[in-house]
Structure formats: C-alpha cells, structure tokens
Write a protein that binds this ligand. Structure first.
Ligand code: BES
Ligand code: ZN
Length: 465
C-alpha cells in the first residue's frame, strides 16, 4: 500500500530537484565552523536556517539552546501504529583552511560539471549539510504530495559534531522522553560506489588530544645553546617518531590489549568486496600504503586502531629563518579506536609513553583530551531490513554492509542514552574530499539520496511501530 504512495513522491522529487539544490546552496553559504569561536554567530544562523526549513514543511521545530552550539529539534507525528524514527545529522562543518588550495570560495557553492555529471563544491557539501538535506527534501516532497508523513519523525541536528559533541550527551539526557523513537537514522556516511549503495555497521571510535612539551625557561639563541641543551621540538619529533615501530605497530603499552581480531567470515566477506587499494591510493596521488603490516587494507581502515599526528606547533613559523631553540613544542594527535578499546585507557597509555621519554626538567601538559569508543550496530533488525529494501527499490541492487574508518560520536551516545540503534545510511563517495579543500557532493548522490530516503520511509511505514 505504502509503495503506491511512493511513486508520486519520487516524481515530485525529480521535478523539484533544482529547487532542492537551491536550498542546499543557500545553507552551504553559511560558514558554520563549530570549532572556531569566531564563527559562533554563523553556527547559530545555520541552526535557525535548518529549523525554519523544518517549520516551513510542517514540523514542530525549534532551535534549542545547549551548552555550546544549539541543537535543532523537529517533530512530525506519524499515523497511529506507524514506527517513529529519530533522524540525526549535523549542520556544523570543518574549518575550510587551507583556503588557497580551494578552486573557489568554500562558502560560495559552485555547481561544476565533472565525470559523473554535475557536482556541488563547498565546505559541508557532503559532510553533512548535503546529506541532512537528503532527508529533509524527502520529507518535503512526501508532505507536499500526501499532506503528512507515513511514519513518525523526530529530527535532531547537532552543531558540534565536528568539534567533539560536548553538548550532545547532556542534551540527550535532559530530553530523553521527547526524543523517544523506535530507531535512529544517521545520514553522515558513504556509499561503496556511485551506483552501489551501502549501510555502515561499524564506526571507529576516537581519542583526540594535544600534548605540549616544555623545557627551557625561555626561547634560546640556537648558537649559544645549540649543542648544550635538549631542544623541545627535536625531542617532540623523536617521541612522535617513536610511536610506531618499523612494522607500523603502535608501541604504547597496552594499546592493543582489548583489540579483537576480525572473524574469518567477516574477513572473507570483506575480501569479497574487491576493494581496489591501488585506486584508493592513486586517487590521493600515492603509490605506497601505510599502516600495520600483515593486515588487508580494509582491515587497517575499519578494524585496526591508529595513531596520527594532526598538527605540530613550536618555534618560529613566520617568513624567513630565526636561530632559536623554542621553549616548548606541541602536537595534536588522534587515535582511531576499534571495538572494546577504552578511550580513557588509551589516553593514559599515551601520557605514560610521552612522560617516560622526558628528560629531567622537561614537562608534559595535556592541553585537552577527549574520546569516544567505537561502535558496531546490529545487522539483523527489521529497521535495517527496511532500509535495505528502500535502497534496493532505488538502486535495484542490494546494499553492501560495510565498515567506516571515521567516527560519529553521536551514534554511540544515542545508543547509550536513548537506547536506539542507528541505521547508518549515507550517500557520500570516497573521493568527496571530506575535510579537505574542494569538498563536493555529486548531484546524482544528492538526488538519489533524496529518493532513497523517500523509499526507505515507505518501507519503514510497512513495519508496525
Ligand atoms: N561524516 C564524518 C564521519 C565519516 C567520515 C563517516 C568519513 C564516513 C566517512 C563526521 O562528520 C566526522 O568527520 N567526524 C569526525 C568526528 C570527530 C571530530 C570527533 C571524525 O571522524 O573525524
Ligand atoms: Zn559528518
């Protein structure tokens, strides 16, 4: 029955695609960079924009103050007995720097013609404004055609996903009743390829920290003191280099204690996906892989923990040279975690690893540290089967179940606090340049993402709530 309702919605989506793109372009213009306080008013503006969209199409929606950046919450009551879904996404974006590497202004979205047809280039195009708009546009079309949605929907949009989600857990705890649902839909991941849909069933966790090493009581002349003292930057570089052994294994004590090996069946299944590692490297201009020896590429990307330095600071950074031995040096580090690793334990191990290597008189400061564990979602639920069926309706092939190397802390918090499993259905592609200059979202992914969300709703409506 609900399937008959879908066809006119899809026709409406197709006919209205240009306007959908205009709306997406509109919100992409707002530089809602959550990590940099300079953009705080813009982050709020993006929240207001999202809430206005939801209100315009008939949701009871509002911008809701939280500890840092606001949440957007919207409700649409479903038919009696229909399931109720919580749709999660984020309206904040990563910083756009380095600006000079963009072909156009990151907040002046461009529609560009490329190999797969048109694409939208802007910061947040795919992560995550474009993906959030795939479900909002699906709601819009469905309501326009039928006057109401076939399922109950609560939308929860966060403005801190890219900067640690500090406000999320307190907000979930404070509004447990209001956010009650049967399952959660998260639209912030990727597909296997442009015509091969996928549902992610594992996300890596993350530990983010900044370490600062301080030595001499002031910056020193590198001629007067060079050869006489230990340079904090040299020391930091040595410690950072020490983190991995020659096989790529991380040398922090206890780091692998809780890491489980991937099961035979799962490994076979991943092998069957035919991941093209050479093409994966080539797309980013590389020929040689990194990571731990003895593991396949997908294992290293989805099921092995990592440690990466994201930035190093210290000493003279302005034009020209300066003969100085700086008093301090710091590094921002992230570890990606796999199931059963505990963020606190990893942070402690990392701290101990650095401290043990400090000479007398040198000290370590942890500037900040936070973490979220990895997440696996069940693959045998009726909701997941409904999402698979909806994707099959659109793509005419079965969605693959895949892992994701990235992290979405909210999915874990929603599981722990609201008791909801997430359906991680996304429309991004490997080459979308997420977090990089010239981030883009393929028009075909945007369009079929909207259609898929409509099709998934139709399938969800067939379940009893
Ligand atoms: N959408 C990404 C997560 C993602 C990336 C999923 C690539 C699938 C493929 C998300 O917005 C993100 O980047 N999260 C951050 C979280 C961190 C700042 C706590 C991440 O993974 O770095
Ligand atoms: Zn995202």
């Amino acid at each position: 029955m609900t399937q008959d309702l879908l066809a006119p919605v899809l026709a409406r989506i197709d006919a209205g695609l240009d306007q959908s793109v205009e709306r997406l372009v509109d919100v992409l213009r707002i530089p809602s960079i959550s990590t940099d306080p300079k953009y705080t008013p813009d982050v709020r503006r993006a929240a207001e924009w999202m809430a206005a969209q939801l209100s315009e199409i008939g949701f009871d929606a509002a911008v809701r103050d939280a500890k840092k950046h606001p949440m957007v919450v919207g409700h649409f009551k479903g038919p009696e007995g229909a399931p109720h879904l919580l749709y999660y996404g984020h309206y904040d974006v990563q910083p756009a720097d380095p600006y000079e590497l963009w072909d156009s202004d990151p907040f002046e979205p461009q529609i560009v013609e490329a190999e797969r047809g048109k694409r939208i280039v802007a910061r947040g195009a795919v992560d995550d404004k474009g993906q959030v708009m795939t479900f909002i546009e699906a709601f819009r079309a469905w309501i326009a055609v039928h006057g109401a949605l076939p399922i109950g929907v609560t939308v929860l949009l966060e403005g801190e996903e890219e900067s640690g989600s500090e406000s999320l857990e307190p907000f979930l705890n404070a509004h447990k009743d209001e956010l009650k649902a049967d399952a959660c839909m998260v639209c912030d991941t990727g597909m296997w390829s442009v015509d091969q849909p996928a549902i992610s069933y594992m996300l890596r966790g993350i530990v983010s920290t900044e370490i600062k090493i301080t030595g001499p009581s002031r910056d020193l002349h590198s001629g007067m003191y060079g050869g006489g003292v230990i340079n904090p930057i040299n020391l930091l570089a040595k410690i950072l280099g020490d983190f991995h052994d020659e096989t790529g294994r991380i040398r922090i004590e206890g780091f692998y204690d809780d890491v489980l090996p991937v099961g035979e069946n799962e490994l076979k299944q991943w092998e069957g996906l035919g991941f093209d590692e050479e093409a994966f490297l080539k797309e980013v201009g590389l020929e040689v892989a990194g990571g731990e020896e003895g593991y396949s590429a997908l294992e290293r990307l989805w099921a092995r923990p990592t440690l990466d330095v994201n930035g190093i600071t210290g000493g003279y950074q302005d034009p020209g040279g300066k003969t100085v031995i700086a008093a301090e040096a710091s590094a921002k580090i992230t570890c990606r975690l796999v199931p059963d690793q505990e963020p606190e334990k990893i942070i402690e191990g990392l701290k101990a690893f650095v401290t043990e290597r400090l000479p007398k008189g040198y000290s370590l400061e942890i500037v900040y540290s936070e973490g979220f564990p990895a997440l696996r979602v069940p693959t045998d639920s009726d909701y997941l089967r409904a999402a698979q069926a909806g994707l099959r309706d659109e793509y005419d092939r079965d969605a693959l179940l895949i892992g994701m190397g990235g992290s979405i802390p909210a999915a874990g918090s929603i599981r722990n606090i609201l008791g909801l499993d997430s359906l991680l259905v996304g429309f991004g592609l490997e080459d979308d340049r997420v977090h990089s200059p010239n981030e883009k979202f393929e028009m075909v992914c945007f369009h079929r993402g909207i259609r898929s969300n409509a099709a998934i709703m139709a399938r969800l409506a067939e379940l009893a709530g």
